[in-house]
Each structure stands twice: as C-alpha cells, then as structure tokens.
Design a protein around this ligand. Sequence first.
Ligand code: GLC
Ligand code: CA
Length: 576
Amino acid sequence: MKHLKNLENNLINIKQRRAIKIKRCWWKEAVFYQIYPRSFKDSNNDGIGDIKGITSKLDYLKELGIDVVWLSPVYKSPNNDNGYDISDYRDIMCEFGTLKDWDEMLCEMHKRGIKLIMDLVLNHSSDEHMWFIESRKSKDSLYKDYYIWADGNENGEPPNLWESVFGFSAWHYDEDAKQYYLHLFSKKQPDLNWSNPKLREEIYDIIEFWIKRGVDGFRLDAIRFLGKPEYKNEAVDFYPNDDLTHIYLKEMNQKILSKYNIVTVGEVQDLDIDGAKKYIRESDKELNMCFQFNHVNICEMKYGTKWVNKKPNMFDVKKALSKWQTELPVDAWNTLFFGNHDLPRQVSFFSNDSDHYREISAKMLATIIFTLKGTPFIYQGEEIGMTNIIFDKLDDYNDIDTINFVKQKAEIEDIDIETAFKQNKDIINFVSRDNARTPMQWDDSENAGFTAGTPWLKVNPNYKKINVESNIKDSNSVFNYYKKLIELRKKNDVIIYGDYQEFLLDDKCVFIYKRELYDEKVLVIINMTDEIMQKKMPLNLNVKEATPVICNYKRAYNFKKEMLLRPYESVIYFYY
Ligand code: GLC
Ligand code: CA
C-alpha cells in the first residue's frame, strides 16, 4: 500500500515537473502539410487541381496523421506566379472553385480535426488588383500611395539598380502613370506600400475576413520584404529594412492577430538567429514561427546563386540544423522542413533519388525532420518520395522564375532563348521550382490519377512506380514510414518538447543527437551518406540499454559500443 502511495506521489511529481517545463501549444504539437492546390487533385478534369479536389482527399491526409494544412494561395489571381499574385484577396480563383467550395472544404477539414492556414501574400498584389489599376490612373488617385512609385533618374532610367528576385530590374516603367513602380518579384507583382497606414488597415480587414470565415492561421509570404529601405541608393541587391518590418508586424499583431487563437508562420529569407529572435520570440509579439532557409540555401550561400547543379554538402546541412536547435532561445519555436513549392524535391536535392536508394534516403530525411525540435512541415508528395522532373524543352516549364532565368541568360550572353535553355538545362532540371509542382501522383492510371484531362504541368513519368496507392499497400513504403514517425512523435512529448544535444559534432557523415525530457531519452542516429559507416559510440553518451523503435531498414541492430551503419541508415532508439 505504502509502495503504491509512493508510486502515485512520484507520478504526480513527474506530471507537475512536466507541466512546469512544457508550455503546451497546439501548433507545436501539430504536423503541417503543404498543399499546392494547382497540382494536388483535379475534380472536374480541366487539368488544374482545385478545392473540391482537396476536399476529396481529406481522408488521405487524416490517414497520414496530419493536423494542419497550409494551403498555397487560392485567391483570385491572373496566375503570373501561380496565385502569389493576388487580384482579389476576398475571393477564390475561378479555376479553383468558389467561396462556397472553400467553406465546404474548411467544414470537412474541421470535421476531421484538421486545421487550415491560408497563405497570405502581403508584400505585393497582382497588377490586376483594383488598387493597382486605380493607383496607376492618376497622381491624385486615392490608391496612389498603396504602391511604391518613383521617377526615373536624370537619364530616365530606373531609380536605382535593385534587381528583382526573379531577375531583371525591380522597377517597371508604367506608361499610364509615367513613373516607375517597384516590384521585388515579377513585374505583375507590384509591391504594396506598407508605410501607408490606410493600406495597412485594408490588410487587417482582409485578415479579419478570413478569420471570421474560420481559418486557423496564416503563412505570411515573403514577409521580410515589407519594410523598404531608402531607394535612392546604389546597391544592386535589395536589403529589407528590418526595423520597419518589425514595426509593421508588431502593429499587425496588436491590432488583429493577437485577438484570435490562430497561428502565424512567416517566410523569412536570409535570416540568422539574432534576426529570427525578433520575429518569433514570444515577448516580441510578432509571429509564432518562421521558415528560415539556412539548411536549405547551402549552395546558394556558397555560389551566390541558387542556379547551380550542385547538391548541398550534408555536413553543412547538419551544422545549420544543429545551430538552430541549440541557439534559438527557449521562448522561440522552430519549423522543420526540407521541401516546399519553391524548392527542388528533397530526395533529389538532399539525398538520393536513384532506384536503389530513393526510399531509404527519403526516410532518412524524414527521420531528421520528425525528431528534431520544432514543428514539422511536409510538402505534398514528399510522403511518397516524389522526385525531381526532367523536362527537355523550355515550353514544358511554367515557373516564372525559371523562365526569367533563361531569358536573362539569353539577354546577358546575347544568345537565343533555346540556346540559353540548352546550355543551362542540367541546372534548370535540378533546381527549377517546377520540380516540386508536377501533379501529385495518386495511382498508376493515366496522369497518375491527378486528372482525366490534360494536366497544366506534365506528370512525372515515374508515377507508375511512385504513387499513393502503391505506397499505402506496401507496409515498408515511404508513406507508411511517415505514418509511423508521426504516430511516434504524437505519443512522445520528449520528441516534441525534449532538450536537444548533439554528438560527434565534427563528423561529416553521421548526425547523432539525443532528445531528453526528464526520464525519457531518445537517441537518433543518422548516416547521411551512401556508404557504410563504422563509428565508435560517443563516450559522453551514457547509455545503459537502448531499444530501437523505428529504423528505415527492415531490422535495426541493438545498441552496441560500435555502430555499423548501412547507407542512409536512420534509427531512433529509446534508452536509459
Ligand atoms: C514566396 C513564395 C513564392 C513566390 C514569392 C512571391 O517566396 O513562396 O512561391 O513566388 O514569395 O510571392
Ligand atoms: Ca479542376
């Protein structure tokens, strides 16, 4: 009896201690899944994915175990940048359906316990938005100051040398307005003028519109660019004015976001840890999380451009990931991802998409994402190990970034577009954003079950082998491995909230870390290479006994003093 009492007291103690340490929060415990609607599922066979298509696949998402959908833009848009150019923030693109379809989708999501975050593009609108149409009409227009207009320099050239993210000058001369306007992305995406309080109020109204309609949060596109520096400078690169951006985000938080129980994730390019603290520390009251790209932009940082046919060095990737695990303050929370709609397919880019290693190495990447500290994001198709696509003609590409890259090459080198494409084909095949945008591969029927029409972007021919249907049937598939990882994460607070400690920090090939929450300890061992690795267990890793709980090979070895790791082997152990 006394023994039982003690045990009970102990349990109460553990629970109390935990309650102190863990500040529970739904979006920290959730698994997010990004849908790129154009490519997810076509319900009416016009070749374009749509909202009804998404609704028809919610049981699939439930089966996988996801909690929140991040939906790339579905608002009205002329589709110059596939929805990231919005012409009406309060309506749905005709090709995708109607507001009624959207309401139905949300209702079906909520029925299944799935939340929805919308992608909000607030740095720019489409040039076909009513605000811009009015803005360019006259200097006295009520909307003039909704955008950033400037006269040319004394030679009539653009006000400065800033280049847009998609290549070419960031200024476009507007014949009607007889002035230049700023567009940090394509010329059909004029930048909004956040220094105008009226514009900011409009934006808060839009946010409120969607919250009232039931959304659970937002992904905030290109959010760092809101604050503009003085444009009369000579720099070619545009360096955002972070101070201003933070002022805007604080105001947005105070005036609207903080009033609701929603989650916000900002997309923040070129961010270091000190910078991130300002966006996501609880005390700063701006955003909940951000996407930072330090582990993804390894090549870009090295070569100064993303347009290289090079895989990132996994040692650099590990260092970047680990840094964010150890250096973010306790009141800030990380995101975890290797892919999204702007990046190549992760298995082709970071690991190995050969027939032999595709599945095993896709599982290796997933093991990292699901066992580090932070909220994991899956990009559609990643859970079945979808790969990059090889298009042989420029015509097959749709992505504005890719097309502008080729045009700019042609212009600079004074060659024709076809030649520019051919000369850069390998690079484009490797990094183009269309790699991630080919239609979702549902089954082995024509067009991968995505559409019975002609898909807007060609389906990857490997769909006969790589598809959802075959993944679900095969208990060893990438899909079923993701399911197991998600279940494991949900059942074990230690994986969500546990402390992080890395071992063998200087090892270029293996990534080893433990997660610890009181009496619970998890050890993750990853071989990041395609070679067999033999390593001594780190001495400071004090393990009495360890049980493998998940391994990407059929059988995991029990814990030993010596590790013998097969190519891309990843094992999660529970130990004491
Ligand atoms: C973000 C989006 C990208 C888009 C750009 C402009 O980076 O993720 O797809 O092209 O912003 O909106
Ligand atoms: Ca359709």
